[in-house]
Ligand binder design. Structure first.
Ligand code: ATP
Length: 222
């Protein structure tokens, strides 16, 4: 069954989360106190409603218990952000993701049960830094705070060797989930007998620390 999303606060962050979710085919209800923002966003979302989400009766009227995920994208008004998060958890929304403005704000959100706290500018900055820090890293996806998925180059001395020969699982504790060829072809189910060819890259999953060690090795042996 499709997941139901509610995005509260349709400023820059909220509206981009809401439109991205909707264009990926999800059901998305956007909520904002501003009528003009709601009107602007309505064509892009499943529904858009003008309401004050700090009011319990408004949330109930929106059928809040039917939503699987809520995104609280109220930045400026910390008190409102806390109030809304608390109500959403009290009313039983399984996953509440909240945009935090400061460390103290994040701490309070954590205490009242926010399931995920994001700092859009800070998080994006960290990701960009990781991407820029090594030219081996073609792309980087945070799977959880500790685990990531990353596309890394291969080194010349691996060419002709199989994944079994190289045994990345043993030496780096990472899993190779795909091998990408220089012509763009991708093997998404690599087996132990598949060999690395010149200019291949690999998509690996593992602990950030282990991936960092592998990237260090690649940088030193290029
Ligand atoms: P941006 O995502 O643009 O950086 P911001 O962090 O500056 O936003 P605000 O502009 O303060 O955050 O809030 C985002 C949106 O949340 C605004 O459009 C505002 O109208 C809406 N908003 C604020 N309080 C509430 C509320 N109680 N209920 C619903 N929407 C609200």
């Amino acid at each position: 069954m499709k997941k139901q999303f509610i995005v509260i606060g349709l400023g820059r962050f909220g509206s981009s989360v809401a439109t991205a979710l909707a264009s990926a085919g999800n059901d998305v209800l956007g909520v904002d106190t501003s009528e003009s923002l709601v009107e602007d966003m309505a064509p892009f979302l499943t529904h858009a409603v003008q309401a004050d989400a700090t009011e319990e009766k408004s949330l109930k009227a929106l059928g809040i218990t039917n939503f699987d995920v809520a995104v609280v994208a109220i930045g400026g008004d910390i008190q409102a952000s806390i109030m809304v998060t608390m109500l959403l958890k009290e009313l039983g929304v399984p996953k509440v993701v909240v945009k935090a403005q400061s460390d103290i704000h994040a701490k309070v959100l954590e205490r009242i049960g926010a399931d995920k706290i994001v700092f859009p500018e800070r998080d994006m900055g960290n990701k960009l830094a990781l991407n820029l820090a090594s030219e081996n890293i073609i792309d980087f996806i945070e799977v959880s705070p500790d685990y990531s998925m990353m596309e890394v180059d291969t080194v010349r001395k691996w060419v002709g060797k199989t994944l079994s020969d190289l045994n990345f699982r043993q030496s780096y504790h990472v899993n190779i989930i795909a091998i990408k060829k220089s012509n763009g072809d991708i093997n998404i189910n690599p087996s132990a007998t598949d060999a690395i060819e010149e200019n291949d890259s690999m998509i690996v999953v593992g602990l950030n620390e282990d991936i960092r060690k592998l990237v260090d090795y690649i940088t030193r042996h290029k």
